[in-house]
Ligand binder design. Structure first.
Ligand code: PMP
Length: 426
């Protein structure tokens, strides 16, 4: 196909291409991005560049077109871009599994290399249900979570997303009915801890696992909560024979200021999901880690295998880039960079607290959120950010940013200006 004009490209996009949560036929007019480098997206309409305030949904932590990640991809591409993982193994996957085990909370030992975050959650759920089945407790097949969460768009993850006003309300009644605790308050409240303990105790006989996003609930509402609740969950799960799953797909790899958000509480889950920033946002890969106890439970069952094996499992290209991304992150003083961005966002967003229509402003690590007292007008808010030279994706009552860790101080200030403009005009 010859090069498309911008008009042709947009016409074809509208006619044929589904976008996330988009209508078909398309009624949206997306912006066309031509290339990306560092923290900047180059737009195809000749309008110049936008600073990426989203890290392509938490993933591009090192920015785009990074020479180290490019080298890792090129090198691996010439050796082997993909090979089936059934009966075969290879160095990139093995190296990545070892790296993940080394850097994850103590006790997580076994790694399933999935091909997306949602699939890694599916696998986590399968692991937990199968663990109890194998141990002769098949009634333990429900999940407990707290409201306001988000764990992905495939079937089982949808059942533990926020059930009301959330993205999957349409499917309530069809999805497996899970047990929902109230959404966690920001600060520690003993009465809420008691609510968690009571629910876990009451449903223990039918609960396979508790699954939560630790410290930050992302796509379900960008809420932050006290890490102390993670210790409450750990204790209650241990007391009642329930497994604990942390979904670190958004929070993993430094976003909240610790490598994994679980570290804020010093808690090891039985199962942990990572994705998004795993490959520095280059390729689609996620992982589910579990403890020896969970794996041994599965191995003791009548069906002693974890029955999951996607075609692109352990993809060597993604695994090689993931290893390079982890090395790149750990080879630098990333904590200082995340703290620097945190300070910049705090300063830049402070004045938003007194703006009309703003309910709350919160910053943690390299995450900044302005919550409004009304639904944001997405088109107006996005346009306001673009006028400031920044790419943001406001939704519901939220204007928020999670920039790449390599975003310089001036660009952090620009992003904060854009968040304020989007909150004002959206
Ligand atoms: N869990 C969390 C916490 C997420 O933020 C996401 C993605 N937004 C997912 C799971 C699903 O990951 P993916 O989009 O890669 O399937």
């Amino acid at each position: 196909m010859p090069d498309l004009s911008l008009r042709e490209l947009l016409d074809l996009d509208r006619r044929h291409v589904w976008h996330p949560y988009g209508p078909m036929p398309g009624r949206q007019e997306p912006l066309v991005v031509e290339s990306a480098s560092g923290v900047r997206l180059r737009m195809a309409d000749g309008s110049g560049e936008l600073v990426d305030g989203m890290s392509s949904w938490w993933s591009a932590i090192h920015g785009y077109n990074h020479p180290v990640l490019n080298d890792a991809a090129h090198g691996q591409l010439e050796r082997m871009s993909h090979v089936m993982f059934g009966g075969l193994t290879h160095e990139p996957a093995v190296r990545l599994a070892k790296r993940l085990v080394d850097i994850s909370p103590e006790g997580l030992e076994h790694v399933f290399l999935a091909d997306s975050g949602s699939v890694s959650v599916e696998v986590a759920v399968k692991m937990c249900l199968q663990h109890w089945r194998s141990l002769g407790r098949p009634a333990k097949q429900r999940l407990l979570t707290w409201r306001g969460g988000y764990h992905g768009d495939t079937w089982q993850p949808m059942s533990v997303c926020d059930p009301e006003g959330g993205m999957h309300e349409l499917w309530q009644g069809v999805l497996q009915r899970q047990v929902f605790a109230d959404a966690p308050p920001a600060g520690y409240e003993e009465s809420y801890a008691a609510h968690l303990r009571e629910l876990i105790g009451r449903h223990a006989d039918e609960l396979a696992a508790v699954i939560v996003e630790p410290v930050v609930q992302g796509a379900g509402g960008m809420r932050f909560h006290s890490p102390a609740y993670l210790r409450v969950l750990r204790e209650a799960c241990d007391a009642h024979d329930v497994l604990l799953v942390f979904d670190e797909i958004a929070t993993g790899f430094g976003r909240t200021g610790t490598l994994f958000a679980a570290e804020h509480a010093g808690v090891t889950p039985d199962v942990m999901c990572v994705g998004k920033a795993l490959t520095g946002g280059y390729l689609t890969m996620a992982a589910t880690l579990c403890t020896a106890r969970v794996a041994e439970g599965i191995s003791r069952g009548e069906v002693p295998v974890l029955a999951h094996g996607p075609t692109f499992m352990g993809n060597p290209l993604a695994a090689a880039v993931a290893c390079a991304s982890i090395d790149l992150l750990l080879g630098q003083d990333w904590q200082t960079e995340v703290k620097r961005i945190e300070a910049g966002l705090r300063e830049g967003l402070a004045e938003a607290s007194s703006m009309p229509g703003v309910r709350d402003v919160r910053v943690l690590g390299a995450i900044g959120v302005v919550q409004l007292d009304h639904e944001v007008d997405m088109a107006a808010a996005t346009a306001a950010a673009v006028r400031e030279g920044v790419w943001l994706r406001p939704f519901r009552d939220l204007v928020y940013t999670m920039p790449p860790y390599v975003t310089g101080d001036e660009d952090v200030a620009r992003i904060a200006r854009a968040v304020r403009a989007a909150a004002r005009e959206g």
